[in-house]
Design a protein around this ligand. Structure first.
Ligand SMILES: [Mn+2]
Length: 270
């Protein structure tokens, strides 16, 4: 293992892959980004912020960054899938991915095979294609619904077109919109769950550093309140769409993403 992993910017937590209880993987890929690219810079910036967190009581291992192929969706996808399969041979611990763009979730869930995919996102990401391309950060959730039986829970969705709305109407069994943690806990009971957090779920006041911001989003208290009350069995997750090139001087969005990652990892070690 290791051919597609670059350890140059990984954090040394003093642990071993085989014995760690949670794993971190960076996937610096942003080639299908429709508005403003730059999320490939995020794994580095978010790690910088994460390094400041109180991780002493956590048992985690940083795998480094996947070596992506810019502008090559197919090859990058193959590498993500191959690498995750190789990691799985050595560890069954939950894997948390730092994007990069949201298409990454399509690849990671394909290998990790959760029962439930729980998505925080301003966008539905249910478009059929973007200028003819089927696999993009605007279409990934539609592909997952078409290709798998994974049940999807969406929190924070507020940006969509008529076609996406129609798709939602047709897939009400598989695709659930709710922000009630009681309902979410009920759906996730005894199921393997994967949580994907697109930082544009937050209001741009809290997360300005993202490529496709949408006003009227969640505030941090609303988000962490849902999060704290979740009682779920996590097999992995991701934090995506952070664009450090659009962030403020305090790296506000990367700091928030590091906080989200921290909470995900804590939840996986309960
Ligand atoms: Mn989004």
């Amino acid at each position: 293992m290791g051919f597609y992993l670059d350890k140059s910017f990984s954090i040394d937590f003093g642990t071993k892959l085989e014995s760690a209880r949670s794993l971190i993987l960076g996937v610096p890929f942003d080639s299908t980004t429709t508005a403003i690219p730059g999320s490939r810079q995020a794994p580095l910036r978010v790690r910088e912020a994460f390094f400041q967190k109180e991780t002493a009581n956590l048992n985690l291992y940083d795998l480094g960054n996947l070596v992506c192929v810019p502008a090559n969706i197919t090859e990058t996808g193959k590498r993500v899938e191959y690498t995750l399969r190789e990691i799985r041979k050595k560890s069954s611990s939950p894997i948390f991915t730092l994007g990069g763009e949201h298409l990454i979730t399509y690849w990671t869930t394909k290998i990790l095979e959760p029962d439930i995919l729980f998505v925080f996102d301003a966008h539905f990401d249910l478009k059929d294609q973007v200028n003819g391309e089927k696999y993009t950060h605007c279409t990934f959730l539609r592909r997952i619904i078409e290709e798998t039986n994974i049940r999807i829970i969406v929190v924070g969705g507020r940006a969509f077109d008529d076609d996406e709305k129609l798709f939602v109407e047709k897939h009400k069994e598989q695709l659930i919109f709710t922000s009630s943690f009681e309902k979410i806990n009920e759906i996730c009971k005894d199921k393997k769950t994967y949580i994907s957090v697109d930082v544009d779920v937050f209001d741009p006041v809290f997360a300005p550093g993202t490529g496709t911001p949408e006003s009227n989003g969640l505030d941090t208290r609303q988000f962490f309140n849902i999060f704290e009350n979740l009682n779920i069995d996590l097999l992995g997750g991701d934090v995506v769409e952070i664009n450090p090139l659009l962030d403020d001087k305090a790296n506000r969005t990367s700091v928030l993403a590091a906080d989200v990652l921290f909470e995900l990892i804590k939840k996986s070690q309960k």
